[in-house]
Design a protein around this ligand. Structure first.
Ligand code: PNS
Length: 168
């Protein structure tokens, strides 16, 4: 009998990008379902509140029944334990991500060796996209169309106005 396999896909998602959505879509080819776990962090330069990020993710995912969006605070492995999930899914963009991800995966394994971290390579179209650059570019009047889903683009334009030099 096939048991239902769920993975936890954690992150800050400030804001969600096409890079995140690509990992979610591809993760769903391996897992029956995903729980997207949004960290409730009090980051000083945050653009969106945690509630806004959850709404943006849900909007971008168009209520795909296989994906749940939840928030967590504290240790990720504790949240995974509470959820009864033993796999953490992370995207890897470039070599520069590797060291941080390697440390995090090993720290999480040290905290609970029953939890595995699985990495997926970000699609080649998205390897340069990061939430931080999207935030900075949008804040500085640059155009991030094509880097984020339409509902996130709208939300960024509501916060920062249309990109400078744009037609509308
Ligand atoms: O999108 P991000 O900012 O790269 O995601 C980082 C995240 C949320 C996965 C990471 O910061 C995290 O798991 N934070 C929770 C605290 C924790 O468990 N720390 C120990 C692991 S090093």
């Amino acid at each position: 009998m096939h048991s239902v396999r769920i993975a936890l896909y954690p992150g800050s998602f400030d804001p969600p990008t096409h890079g995140h959505l690509s990992i979610i879509q591809r993760g769903l080819k391996i897992f029956d379902g995903l729980t997207v776990a949004v960290l409730k962090n009090p980051a000083k330069d945050a653009v969106f509140s945690v509630e806004e990020r959850v709404d943006l993710l849900r909007g971008a995912l168009r209520s795909d029944q296989r994906v749940q969006v939840k928030t967590f605070s504290g240790l990720l492995v504790k949240f995974a334990q509470e959820e009864g999930v033993n796999t953490i899914l992370r995207g890897l963009r470039a070599v520069s991500d590797f060291e941080y991800e390697f440390q995090m995966a090993n720290m999480n394994r040290k905290l609970d060796n029953g939890i595995e971290t699985l990495f997926m390579m970000t699609g080649e179209d998205y390897f340069y996209i990061s939430s931080r650059f999207v935030r900075d570019v949008a804040r500085l009047g640059g155009d991030v169309a094509g880097l984020v889903p339409p509902n996130v683009l709208e939300a960024l334009r509501r916060k920062f106005g249309p990109p400078q030099g744009a037609q509308k």
